[in-house]
Design a protein around this ligand. Structure first.
Ligand code: NAP
Length: 326
């Protein structure tokens, strides 16, 4: 993968604009699938992958529901295969971050953290989403010191320890189950008395002897004793009775949904109230020639396969657009 060295050095220096037929912003399943389709249409797409390839899927230790891999495979493995397949047909991966876009005229302008300037005839946005925060006292202070948003990344640090998982969706249970490989006990704290997660994960979680559930409860505060510097307990509050209790734990893993990475596009593209980019079924945004695919445009399905499908659809539409508008 090409590395934008100026971005690594932080120089931010400017360079000559590069003309590209299709620029793809984001290197997760949507961006890499768009790259494959655009490359096979001989549009030599450039993918700004950000600093890590594979998007959120790369943080998943095993993906069991991507068709074609009956035994499952890890997120990083799948990301690497997506990348190799797109590169085989001429896609160019650049490890750099888009920082500024101008969609007011074509070719569109995209500037990067590394100081590159791209002039693109079409743009596909696949910037995904990032984990939502609880926004309680102690969360920011103890991030990396017991608070985490990724079991796959940080689980190892909790070997033989006890952890709390916040949330009741697929992510909470999938990551919670993964954490049972390391932790002696995983307590899922959920604000209702019914999980949102799918049946298979629920069954696995209920059957796992290391998993425990605290219902109708939220985390009010994440704390430590004076000076210890790492998480030691949380304050829990029962949503029905209002009762508050101190619960000892070594770690807090938070999986309460996501926020779209759309700040850069505010005022430039139509969005819904939550900040997801609005598209039609052809992945077209409010600006002709600009497409959005994957979680940036999808608050609902959020699967690797749906994101990949949206990326492919965006690239097919971009190909038609360029045929008609070059
Ligand atoms: P999600 O489905 O939106 O679930 C978020 C969970 O967090 C919900 O249980 C929600 O409670 C809870 N929550 C939200 N805000 C909260 C707050 N402020 N305090 C306490 N709890 C809060 O998010 P997700 O689990 O990340 O899943 C996102 C999407 O990805 C879903 O469509 C999911 O199916 C998919 N996914 C699939 C897989 C898989 O197929 N293996 C794995 C991971 C994710 P309520 O239930 O009360 O709203």
């Amino acid at each position: 993968m090409e590395l934008n060295l100026s971005s690594m050095s932080g120089s931010g220096g400017s360079s000559e604009p590069q003309d590209v037929p299709v620029l793809i912003i984001g290197g997760g399943p949507a961006g890499l699938s768009a790259a494959l389709y655009a490359a096979r249409a001989e549009l030599q797409p450039v993918v700004l992958t950000g600093m890590e390839l594979g998007g959120q899927a790369a943080l998943t230790h095993i993906i069991e529901n991507y068709p074609g891999f009956p035994e499952g495979l890890s997120g990083p493995e799948l990301g690497e295969l997506f990348k190799q397949q797109a590169e085989r047909f001429g896609a160019r991966m650049v490890m750099d971050l888009a920082t500024e876009v101008d969609f007011s005229e074509r070719p569109f302008t995209v500037k990067t953290a590394g100081g590159a300037v791209y002039k693109a005839a079409a743009v596909i946005i696949a910037t995904g989403a990032t984990p939502r925060h609880l926004e309680v006292p102690g969360e920011v202070e103890y991030t990396g010191k017991g608070v985490s948003y990724c079991g796959t990344c940080d689980g190892f640090f909790f070997k033989d320890k006890e952890v709390v998982v916040v949330g009741g969706g697929d992510s909470a249970l999938e990551e919670g189950l993964f954490l049972t490989r390391f932790a002696t006990k995983v307590t899922v704290v959920h604000r209702r008395d019914e999980l949102r997660a799918g049946a298979i994960l629920q069954n696995r979680a209920f059957e796992n002897p290391k998993m425990d559930f605290v219902w109708d409860t939220v985390v009010n505060e994440i704390a430590a004793e004076n000076g210890s510097g790492v998480v030691e307990h949380v304050e829990l509050k029962n949503t029905k009775t209002g009762e508050k209790t101190k619960f000892d734990t070594d770690g807090v893993f938070i999986f309460i949904g996501h926020l779209p990475n759309s700040g850069m596009f505010k005022g430039k593209l139509e969005m819904d109230d939550a900040g997801y980019i609005k598209t039609n079924m052809h992945m077209e945004t409010s600006v002709p020639g600009v497409y959005a695919a994957g979680e940036i445009a999808d608050p609902h399905f959020r699967q690797v396969i749906t994101s990949a499908g949206m990326g492919a659809a965006a690239a097919i539409q971009a190909t038609h657009f360029l045929e008609e508008n070059s």
